[in-house]
Design a protein around this ligand. Structure first.
Ligand SMILES: [Cu+2]
Length: 460
């Protein structure tokens, strides 16, 4: 039973707390929406508070909120989730509100946000608001700026978002494990002035990496460098949705990096400018043209591009191992090695086995038999054949006449007649060799040509 003194003490503490921060009591916890679809969800237009043009999270969604006085209230639930990287492979991870990454939080410069965080993980956690300028006690560093959020408990973060830009959230508690398990999300703060660098389409995603042996369901959380699943919003090609864009749209792409290495992200067919980082907006006078932007670890890069070139444009990490899936790792290079005899012997022991690599690794239409719950190292097909990609790869599809908020896949590009690279009948002349005898070039050249053709291994 409360004594009069402790009641008064509590009441005074509550009154002063509410004066300082507008602190709410447990009765007022807003509901926590969840998402079970892996497809990119349509933009969440604001139903209250200031107007803005919302972002679209690649293979993700934005978290709905409620207004409580002049506070925007969100509710994140940290919990175990199952995430499908692409059809055929699921991972048992940790995330927020049903998914990893967690939903994108959107607010407007000047908003007062109150974010409830409920912990349904088997260990304690916190949430750090990466890049946000806020009071130290709201920074979410377990032990340093707050007590940890124990399993079953709910904490409240309250702060005013003072700067527009692109930020992230992730735990600052058992960080190595929790981030390796997928605990992360993006936080976008829109400018108060809707006329500040407006765009027609605004995409956002966070990059994460995992080390998962083929056939397993859990990432190795102590891995430091040797990852084999390179994901955008915990999806890998061909599981990453395309970015549909209307011809002539001004497009922004915001990319966070919570992997353990940098990623040079490359867009084909366009020149873009880097418009922002997690530190804020890059002044226009300081921007320069790029086609690849390196996104460092623990950082965000946003670029703006005018989509003035119609077509299907590859959009990917330029580290070629990052556009491969798990099966592409720890293999010997066997180009030039004849494996005919050994292949026969191995086939007797393992009839599903396939000797490959003697001429390169292009597999054409062939698919190798796989263990359960893994993905081919390179896969996917387009209108002209195999795309042979995995990991951090998708396509920006620029088309005439898409609806303003239409993010459905417009299908393969219909190339205007005469605009696609084509084969000619006449064989090219042999290049002169400087280090061979007059007639040796003929012999070696003929062999070389055959070898190059063999690289494709079609029907081999
Ligand atoms: Cu990469």
């Amino acid at each position: 039973m409360l004594s009069r003194r402790s009641f008064l003490g509590t009441a005074t503490a509550l009154a002063s707390a509410s004066l300082v921060s507008g602190r709410v009591q447990a009765a007022g916890i807003p509901e926590a929406p969840t998402m079970d679809k892996v497809a990119t969800q349509p933009p969440l237009h604001p139903s209250s508070g200031p107007e803005y043009r919302p972002v679209v999270t690649l293979n993700g969604w934005s978290l709905p909120w409620r207004m409580n006085g002049d506070w925007k209230e969100f509710h994140l639930v940290a919990e175990p989730v199952v995430r499908e990287f692409a059809e055929g492979m699921k991972a048992h991870l940790w995330g927020y509100n049903g998914q990893t990454p967690g939903p994108t939080i959107e607010a407007v410069e000047g908003d007062k946000v109150r974010i409830f965080v409920t912990n349904k993980l088997p260990e304690y956690t916190t949430v750090h608001w990466h890049g946000m300028i806020l009071p130290s006690g709201m920074d979410g560093v377990g032990g340093l700026t707050q007590p940890h959020i124990n399993p079953g408990k709910t904490f409240v973060y309250e702060f005013q978002v003072k700067h527009s830009g692109t930020f992230m959230y992730h735990p600052h508690a058992d960080e190595m494990v929790q981030m390796a398990m997928g605990m992360m999300g993006m936080f976008v703060v829109h400018p108060k002035d809707p006329g500040f660098r407006p765009v027609d389409r605004d995409f956002v995603f966070v990059m994460s990496s995992y080390d998962m042996d083929p056939g397993t369901y859990l990432p190795k959380v102590t891995e430091m460098t040797n990852f084999n699943m390179w994901s955008w919003n915990a999806r890998v090609f061909p599981g990453i949705d395309p970015l549909p864009v209307r011809l002539g749209d001004r497009v922004r792409v915001r990319i966070g990096n919570l992997t353990m290495t940098n990623h040079p992200i490359h867009l084909h067919g366009h020149s873009f400018s880097v418009s922002g980082t997690d530190g804020g907006w890059v002044p226009e006078s300081a921007q320069w043209p790029e086609t690849t932007i390196d996104v460092p670890v623990g950082a965000i890069r946003a670029f703006d591009v005018l989509a003035d070139n119609p077509g299907d444009w590859a959009f990917h990490c330029h580290k070629s191992h990052h556009t491969m899936n798990a099966m592409g790792h720890d293999l010997r290079t066997l180009i030039g090695v004849s494996k005919k005899d050994i292949a026969k012997a191995v086939k007797r022991l393992a009839p599903d086995s396939m000797a490959m690599g003697s001429t390169g690794m292009a597999m054409g239409e062939m698919e190798m038999p796989l263990p359960d719950n893994t993905l081919p190292m390179m896969t996917g097909s387009g209108q002209f054949g195999p795309i042979e990609m995995g990991g951090m790869f998708t396509v920006m599809k620029i088309r005439e006449g898409l609806g303003r908020d239409d993010y459905s896949d417009p299908g393969p590009y219909r190339f205007p007649k005469g605009t696609v690279a084509y084969e000619i009948e006449t064989p090219a002349a042999e290049p002169p060799r400087q280090d061979t005898q007059p007639n040796a070039g003929e012999r070696k050249g003929a062999k070389g040509t055959k070898g190059m053709k063999g690289m494709k291994m079609k029907g081999a």
